[in-house]
Design a protein around this ligand. Structure first.
Ligand code: AMP
Length: 187
């Protein structure tokens, strides 16, 4: 299979993490989730975790420089050479610019971008009922995360222009996976 360098984006609750895990199974390339990396840092009590803790709890964005460095280190690891699924990164135009810089020197296949689209009320319903015990899943924080998505992450998509494949994130997990694989020409 040719190298797949995928950005899986969309609002909180769109199903990015679930679908990224499906793609890991299907394609054998790693999921790189900045949210998971940051939660792990918070759980470990590291300096980065201490810095990020309050920001995650509020549903705001961690500074660009911090996440860019996390992704830079992760992409340099051996298992990301054959491709990767970025889940939750980039989330700002500055992060998208930085990602271009990180990939420019590597002779890598072009980025593919999938945005999963789900209406706002369905997102709130899903997140409040998903019961993962995430500290940032309260209604107030979810509304803030949606606001941050609309303000910072939606404009980030302009960076990729026509290359963004917008797919419906409604339906069963299997249906959405099939939609993604078809859009990527992998089914
Ligand atoms: P997620 O699991 O992708 O929903 O991310 C959970 C939280 O981690 C977000 O609400 C942000 O506080 C933080 N985070 C994750 N990815 C990023 C990113 N690319 N830039 C800034 N903050 C991020």
């Amino acid at each position: 299979m040719s190298e797949l360098n995928l950005i899986l984006t969309g609002p909180p609750g769109a199903g990015k993490g679930t679908q990224a895990q499906r793609l890991v199974q299907h394609c054998g390339i790693p999921q790189i989730s900045t949210g998971d990396m940051l939660r792990a840092a918070v759980a470990s009590g590291s300096k980065l975790g201490e810095q990020a803790k309050g920001i995650l709890a509020a549903g705001d964005l961690v500074p660009d420089g911090v996440v860019i460095e996390l992704v830079r280190e992760r992409l340099a690891q051996e298992d990301a050479r054959a491709g990767f699924i970025l889940d939750g990164f980039p989330r700002t135009a500055a992060q998208a610019d930085a990602l271009d810089g990180l990939l420019a020197s590597g002779g890598r296949a072009p980025l593919r971008v999938i945005c999963l689209e789900v209406p706002e009320e369905e997102l709130v319903r899903r997140i409040l009922s998903r019961g993962e015990g995430r500290e940032d899943d309260s209604e107030h924080t979810v509304r803030n995360r949606l606001g941050v998505y609309i303000r910072d992450t939606k404009p980030m998509l302009d960076h990729y222009g026509e290359a963004v494949l917008r797919l419906s994130g409604l339906g069963t997990i299997d249906e959405i996976e099939a939609r993604i694989l078809e859009a990527l020409g992998l089914s």
